[in-house]
Design a protein around this ligand. Structure first.
Ligand code: AG3
Length: 276
């Protein structure tokens, strides 16, 4: 039996049986691999970390995109940092009020590989509402003069090129680039096998944003209970969403009817988060 396993601290593994390796390339920034899994389609792995599996990627991309877009009263301008696979872009474009989505991906090879071998963007990169920029997100945001309603940080983990995307100076730059009111969401590691990261992201975001909402959602392919953290600028209440707009969007995993329940945290985690 051939399997691919991603190991977490302490020896916890996330494993898939595979039919074969489709691709193994090194870019300027990272190692990119694509596998054919036995039962769930293709899988993208970057520097040994599972990024998504075709069959399950919506679990992550829906949760990363819809809660923040529906909590914003009028999200017209969206910035995605990372997200070179186009999954978050595809979900963002489902919102008819969104006029423009700019994707800033550091590694062009990710875009090319996914387009050719696992095109989950479903044509989203060809949309007139999308602009793809190949650049380092931290550098880009410093020189950027645009304002956004929502910023989505769809990055790899904070080892290697993505490390700066988890820093206070970067969160400050995001805050500056938001309109008067706005939201930022970032993936923030597993609740149990990366808890230090989940906690640290919230601590750092609290230094910058007016309000921070951490939550966890199970994403097949990642460690159990994957972390997401939302930072709010202005007086947006992340617990309230626009149900009218929600009705116009089809989802498999994110359930607008139970939006607030998504913020339930395991007890210890809640206590830690509240103490920050
Ligand atoms: N988001 C990657 C989430 C982090 C996965 N981490 C891990 N497996 N250790 C980027 C890919 C989806 N657009």
């Amino acid at each position: 039996m051939v399997a691919f396993t991603e190991w977490y601290e302490g020896g916890y593994g996330v494993s898939f049986r595979i039919k074969g390796k489709i691709l193994d390339r090194k870019s300027k920034y990272q190692r990119i691999e694509v596998y054919e899994t036995e039962g769930f389609g293709r899988m993208l792995v970057i520097d040994g970390a599972i990024q998504f599996i075709e069959r399950w990627e919506k679990m992550y991309h829906e949760i990363l995109v819809h809660p923040v877009l529906l909590a914003h009263p009028n999200p017209r301008n969206v910035l995605i940092i990372g997200g070179g696979d186009g999954g978050a872009l595809r979900e963002a474009l489902k919102h008819d009020v969104v006029e423009k989505v700019r994707v800033v991906e550091i590694d062009e090879m990710v875009v090319d590989v996914v387009k050719e071998y696992i095109p989950i963007d479903g044509g989203a990169f060809d949309s007139e509402r999308c602009e793809l920029i190949i650049d380092d997100g931290t550098k880009f945001i410093k020189g950027d003069r645009c304002r956004y309603d929502v910023i989505i940080i769809d990055s790899t983990d904070p080892k290697g090129p993505a490390e700066k995307l988890f820093s206070i100076p970067f969160y400050r730059d995001c805050y500056k680039r938001l309109n008067e009111k706005g939201l930022v969401i970032t993936q923030s590691g597993g609740a149990y096998f990366d808890s230090k990261l989940s906690i640290e992201v919230v601590r750092r975001m609290k230094e910058v944003f007016n309000k921070v909402y951490p939550f966890f959602f199970s994403v097949i392919g990642y460690a159990p209970c994957w972390g997401f953290s939302v930072g709010v600028k202005g007086d947006i209440d992340f617990l309230k969403i626009d149900m009218e707009r929600a009705k116009r969007i089809s989802t498999e995993y994110y359930d607008p009817e139970h939006h607030d329940r998504m913020l339930f945290l395991p007890r210890k985690m809640r206590e830690v988060m509240e103490s920050l």
